[in-house]
Design a protein around this ligand. Structure first.
Ligand SMILES: CCCCCCCCCCCCCC(=O)CC(=O)SCCNC(=O)CCNC(=O)[C@H](O)C(C)(C)COP(=O)(O)OP(=O)(O)OC[C@H]1O[C@@H](n2cnc3c(N)ncnc32)[C@H](O)[C@@H]1OP(=O)(O)O
Ligand SMILES: NC(=O)C1=CN([C@@H]2O[C@H](COP(=O)(O)OP(=O)(O)OC[C@H]3O[C@@H](n4cnc5c(N)ncnc54)[C@H](O)[C@@H]3O)[C@@H](O)[C@H]2O)C=CC1
Length: 310
């Protein structure tokens, strides 16, 4: 059945008539680490989710990943009730459907969350196409790590219904969501994204549309400096990782974390920022990172990055 807001939109009410959209159906585009994690958490909290990627093989892998991660959650949450745990798992999986054609599934969506490759042009192309077919009331949001939400939104005609919703990896575990408003994001859209984040059991913080928002503006220079410190011969990867875990209390050292995030995504972020701010030494090229990415060593997801995982 169409949601209340879909019905409103069909009757010609624009988003400005809707004070705070209650999000029920979510389309998530990109079934990689982040998209699959967001889909899992949204489905676990009773949302109906359509997960989109470029082909069925990737989507099968995404669903398998969601199932594996859910099993870890269920094992903990339903430790004394395995039958109830199994029922919960099956119910959550039933909340997720998949598609390789975003344009054909967004018609029923209250919210589209994009979690595809960190490339401005590709994100703009996607949202530009979806803007033509999505209902009036549908909110668009990007999970970008580093790109300006304003630039991504510029390919659409729904600047008031466009914001950033930045999750952290692994999504089922990390409690934070950064909600980003551009100068054109309406208060209704922003509130809907904040409430959606809370409905997922996360703690949202409000961010401006500035490079890296809050967390990555602080995290990226730290990670980059860790590699430079190593390149200068001032510490082994292993010692730097141990030092930051045992000395600063971080759950992962910088090299472990970069491998976990993905070195391709890491390189997209550094390249994008150094292009925008070429003189800034914080974002200068990192030879070791470039070499690993050129060799297809993208971190944990490919079995090797700074470390080996096989
Ligand atoms: C060096 C290169 C420099 C280049 C410079 C440029 C860098 C640019 C990079 C920018 C990156 C930007 C990315 C971004 O936008 C934002 C981010 O997401 S940053 C990443 C944030 N994440 C973290 O910091 C993660 C830190 N790590 C951890 O918190 C833990 O290590 C982790 C939870 C991942 C694993 O914990 P650990 O104790 O090691 O392992 P366990 O297996 O025991 O797990 C603990 C606990 O958590 C549960 N769990 C783990 N993973 C999942 C999962 N996928 N699904 C469900 N549950 C999971 C597990 O079951 C355990 O639960 P218990 O209750 O303890 O049993
Ligand atoms: N990896 C991380 O730790 C974090 C990443 N992010 C951001 O989330 C986004 C995704 O990152 P990951 O999930 O790590 O990447 P990933 O590489 O694991 O997954 C990206 C997925 O998007 C798919 N894809 C690419 N183009 C597409 C298109 N046009 N239509 C549909 N699907 C498409 C790919 O096939 C792939 O499955 C990026 O913008 C990244 O910056 C945000 C927070 C943390």
């Amino acid at each position: 059945m169409a949601s209340f807001f879909t019905q409103l939109a069909r009757r010609g009410f624009s988003s400005s008539a809707v004070r705070n959209l209650v999000i029920k159906h979510v389309t998530i585009i990109g079934g990689g680490q982040m998209g699959a994690g967001i889909a899992q958490v949204a489905a676990s909290t009773g949302h109906s989710v359509t997960l989109v990627d470029t082909n069925d093989d990737i989507l099968k892998k995404s669903i398998k990943g969601i199932e594996g991660s859910l099993k870890r959650v269920v094992k903990k949450k339903f430790a004394d009730k395995p039958q109830a745990g199994e029922e919960f798992l099956q119910k959550v999986l039933r909340n997720v459907s998949t598609s390789t054609d975003a344009a054909s599934v967004v018609h029923g969506s209250d919210l589209v969350v994009e979690a595809i490759v960190e490339n401005l042009k590709i994100k703009q192309d996607l949202f530009g196409r979806l803007d033509m077919v999505a209902p009036e009331h549908t909110i668009f949001a990007s999970n970008t790590s580093s790109l300006p939400i304003t630039d991504i939104a510029s390919s659409t005609n729904r600047l008031d219904r466009f914001g950033g919703i930045h999750f952290f990896n692994p999504v089922p575990v990390m409690k934070l969501v950064e909600v980003i408003a551009t100068s054109a994001t309406s208060q209704e859209t922003f509130d809907s994204l904040l409430n959606f984040s809370k409905a997922l059991g996360k703690t949202p913080v409000s961010c401006k549309d500035t490079p890296g928002f809050i967390v990555n503006r602080l995290l990226v220079p730290y990670l980059a400096e860790a590699v430079r410190l190593h390149e200068r011969g001032h510490g082994s990867k292993e010692d730097i990782d141990i030092a930051m875990k045992l000395g600063a209390g971080y759950p992962m050292g910088p090299f472990e974390l970069a491998d976990y995030v993905g070195l391709d995504t890491t390189k997209f972020i550094i390249d994008g920022w150094s292009e925008k701010d070429p003189g800034n030494p914080l974002f200068s090229q990192i030879e070791l990172l470039n070499k690993l990415v050129a060799e297809g060593k993208l971190g944990k997801k490919t079995g090797e990055g700074f470390y080996k995982y096989k």
